[in-house]
Ligand binder design. Structure first.
Ligand code: SF4
Length: 305
């Protein structure tokens, strides 16, 4: 496992889905991250558009704000502890935004030239970022890992992978997985859905380090809330069964070339309504070359670049 570069955040698939990975000569059947599992569970057609068709998605101010804030929170821990102040973090926003524009020039097109929108957006970034300091004191934290790429191969040769925002390790070896959300905390009804992502990471760490993480922590900057959960082995085994079941469903859908649209709450943010039958659109022809796996090109156990 190694640390990845900062997220750019605009690709439809998350960083762990860029390209493919073949693990040390083993014929991996496919790869899944929590985001792609979430896509398939919420709408199989969305999964297809993102993972098989790999359709581009325009940047959104909310998503890009999340990317910039994640970058600042990652870089904050490069500073000596005493310098991790809200004021110093604010000064890191502009460089993080500039770096993102350089890496992903398309983000600059989100705002009209010379309009007030960009200023308002930067203010919203600042307001969201400073809320972090109400929830944690970074001068008292020394994360073991940040933006950590993790992967593990299941017995069924399915590669589970993802990028963890932060991993803390206590002196007694207890592991805490931390994920930052720049939006508001979800309603209790949806908690299990958001916790799935962290259970997935906990499963991967358990498989690779042999220790069940002690704590999963979601830090919601939008409304200044923290959700904590202590997983156990049964949780993680259930997560593994769920991932395997989703993978079987994806394989079946791919073999049939049938990914149903499932309209719901998420449609309001979907970039593909024009191609969706639920909105009178027509999807592009299903790629004949679509294998029931992600492309497996690199022969390496290192993360995709
Ligand atoms: S618009 Fe809704 S139903 Fe259609 S692909 Fe997007 S998320 Fe799925």
């Amino acid at each position: 496992m190694t640390t990845q570069p900062a997220r750019t955040g605009l690709e439809p698939a998350d960083p762990s889905e860029r390209g493919g990975t073949r693990v040390d000569g083993v014929d991996v059947l496919g790869a899944l991250s929590p985001s792609r599992v979430g896509d398939f569970l919420s709408c199989p057609l969305l999964y297809r558009f993102r993972t098989i068709d790999r359709l581009p998605e325009p940047p959104s101010p909310a998503a890009v704000r999340g990317t910039v804030i994640h970058t600042v929170l990652e870089r904050l821990f490069d500073l000596p502890a005493v310098e991790r102040t809200p004021e110093r973090a604010e000064t890191m926003l502009a460089p993080a935004w500039a770096d993102l524009q350089e890496a992903e020039p398309a983000v600059s097109s989100m705002f009209p030239v010379d309009g007030p929108e960009i200023t308002e957006w930067l203010v919203s970034c600042r307001e969201t970022l400073v809320k972090y300091f109400d929830l944690e004191d970074p001068t008292r934290l020394e994360p073991a890992e940040r933006e950590l790429y993790v992967e593990t191969l299941t017995d069924t040769k399915l590669l589970l992978r993802g990028v963890i925002d932060r991993v803390d390790v206590a002196p007694d070896g207890a592991i805490r997985i931390v994920d930052y959300k720049t939006g508001n905390a979800v309603n209790e009804k949806f908690e299990s859905k958001v916790l799935f992502q962290l259970k997935f990471y906990a499963l991967v760490l358990w498989r690779t380090r042999g220790v069940v993480p002690k704590m999963l922590q979601l830090v919601y900057l939008g409304d200044s809330q923290v959700l904590r959960y202590e997983p156990d082995e049964q949780d993680l085994l259930a997560t593994e069964r769920k991932v395997q079941a989703v993978w079987q469903a994806i394989r079946l859908a791919t073999e049939k070339g049938e990914f149903e649209s499932r309209p719901g709450f998420g449609c309001r943010w979907c970039a593909h309504q024009a191609l969706c039958p639920s909105y009178d659109g027509t999807p592009p022809p299903f790629p004949l070359t679509a294998a029931p796996t992600l492309p497996l090109t690199a022969v390496s156990s290192t993360p995709p670049a």
